[in-house]
Design a binder for this molecule. Structure first.
Ligand SMILES: Cc1cc2nc3c(=O)[nH]c(=O)nc-3n(C[C@H](O)[C@H](O)[C@H](O)COP(=O)(O)OP(=O)(O)OC[C@H]3O[C@@H](n4cnc5c(N)ncnc54)[C@H](O)[C@@H]3O)c2cc1C
Length: 321
C-alpha cells in the first residue's frame, strides 16, 4: 500500500491525534500511522471475556486532569459526545474515557485518516519529500511529525534528524507493570489507592469508573522501582507477585482472582518534566511532540501535539506570505 499526504504523523496517541485534529481542521491532508491494533496508545483499554461477560480494563493511564482552558474545551466536547466523564474518586478534576479510557482517542481517530497496525520503521528524504517505510507500505509526505515516546523517537530519528534524536535520547521513561485482576465479589477497599512509597503506586477498582458495569475488576500499578526490579520476569509471575504486594499494602484479606493478567509498559511516563515545547524544523519540515516534551500526562500530550500543529501552521503561513 502506498500513500501520499501533506502531513504524515507517526504515532496516533493523544499527542499525534491532537496535532492531526488541529491540522485537519485547516484543510490539510493528514495521515496518521500507528503500530497499535486499535486506538489507545498509553490510554489503552484491554477487553477480555470473563465468565461469558466482556470486561474492559484501563491498564495504562488511569484518569486525566483538565486544567488548560483549551484542553478543558476539548474535554467538554468529549463529555458532550459521551466519551468522557468525571471520576470524583480520583480527584475533583479527574476525568476518564467512557466506556474505556481509549474512548476519546477512538472518537478523535474516527474523523481522521488513521492507519492502525502500521509501524513506521524507516524515515528518509526522497527529493523534497519524506519517505516513510512501514512494513510493505511506503508513504510520502512534505511534512513528517513524530509523536511517540522519547526512546522510540530517538531510534526513528537517529539518521535523519540527529539533533532531535539526541534530545529524545536524553529522556528516560519509567516503566510500569500493570496488573489486571477480576474477583468474584467486591473487595472491602476504597475505589482508589495511591502510594508514594512501597511496591504498589496505584490501585483502582476499574469497575467503579463511570460507564463500566459488571464484574469486580482492579488495575494495580507497580511503582517504578518495583517495575524495574521485575522488568524481565514472566508476566504470570509478576501478576502473582504484585497481587500479593497489593494485598499486603492494603491489608485487605487476600482473595483468589477469577482473572489475572499483567502488562509491561516499558515507557510508561517520562521521568524528567521537560516543559520545553514541541520541536519543529521548518527547513526539513520535521517535528516532534509528546508528553515528554511537555508534562508526563494525557493533558501534556494533548497540549504538546496542539502546539506542534500551531508551529507547522505558522511556518506554512509565513512561507506563503
Ligand atoms: C501505566 C501508565 C499510567 C499512567 N497514568 C496516567 C494518569 O493517571 N494520568 C495521566 O494524565 N497520564 C497517565 N499516564 C501517561 C499518559 O498515558 C501519557 O502521558 C499520554 O497518553 C501520552 O500520549 P502520547 O501521544 O505522547 O504517547 P502514546 O500514548 O504512547 O502514543 C504514542 C503512539 O505511537 C505509536 N507508535 C510508537 N512507535 C511507533 C512507530 N514506530 N510507528 C507507528 N506508531 C508508533 C504507539 O502505538 C502509540 O499509540 C500513564 C501512562 C501509563 C503507561
Amino acid at each position: 500500500m502506498d500513500g501520499q499526504a501533506d502531513i504524515l504523523i507517526i504515532g496516533g496517541g493523544m499527542a499525534g491525534l491532537s496535532a492531526a485534529t488541529a491540522l485537519a481542521q485547516t484543510g490539510a491532508r493528514v495521515t496518521v500511522l500507528d503500530k497499535g491494533r486499535g486506538p489507545g496508545g498509553r490510554m489503552a483499554a484491554r477487553r477480555v471475556a470473563i465468565g461469558g461477560e466482556q470486561v474492559s480494563f484501563d491498564h495504562g493511564a488511569q484518569y486525566f486532569t483538565a486544567r488548560d482552558p483549551a484542553f478543558r474545551e476539548a474535554v467538554a466536547g468529549w463529555e458532550a459526545a459521551g466519551v468522557a466523564a468525571r471520576w470524583p474518586a480520583a480527584g475533583a478534576d479527574a476525568w476518564v474515557g467512557t466506556p474505556g479510557m481509549n474512548a476519546p482517542i477512538r472518537a478523535m481517530a474516527e474523523s481522521l485518516d488513521v492507519r492502525w497496525n502500521m509501524r513506521a520503521e524507516r524515515l528518509c528524504r526522497d527529493g523534497a519529500r519524506w519517505r516513510v517505510e512501514a512494513g510493505e507500505a511506503v508513504f510520502r509526505a512534505a511534512t513528517v511529525l513524530v509523536a511517540v515516546p522519547a526512546e522510540q523517537a530517538a531510534v526513528l530519528l537517529a539518521d535523519t534528524a540527529p539533533d532531535f534524536a539526541a534530545r529524545a535520547a536524553s529522556v528516560t521513561s519509567a516503566p510500569c507493570w500493570a496488573v489486571m485482576a477480576s474477583f468474584a465479589g467486591p473487595l472491602p477497599l476504597a475505589d482508589t489507592l495511591r502510594s508514594e512509597s512501597g511496591p504498589v503506586s496505584w490501585a483502582a477498582r476499574n469497575s467503579a469508573k463511570p460507564g463500566r458495569a459488571g464484574a469486580e475488576t482492579w488495575v494495580i500499578h507497580a511503582s517504578p522501582a518495583r517495575s524495574r526490579e521485575l522488568i524481565d520476569r514472566p508476566k504470570d509471575e509478576v501478576a502473582a507477585l504484585l497481587l500479593a504486594d497489593f494485598f499486603a499494602a492494603t491489608g485487605a484479606p487476600p482473595a483468589t482472582p477469577v482473572h489475572l493478567d499483567a502488562h509491561r509498559w516499558l515507557y510508561a511516563q517520562p521521568e524528567a518534566r521537560q516543559g520545553e515545547g514541541p520541536l519543529y524544523d521548518p527547513q526539513l519540515r520535521i517535528g516532534i511532540a509528546g508528553d515528554w516534551l511537555h508534562s508526563p500526562r494525557v493533558e501534556g500530550a494533548w497540549l504538546s501535539g496542539r502546539a506542534l500543529a500551531q508551529q507547522v501552521l505558522q511556518e506554512r503561513l509565513a512561507s506563503t506570505s
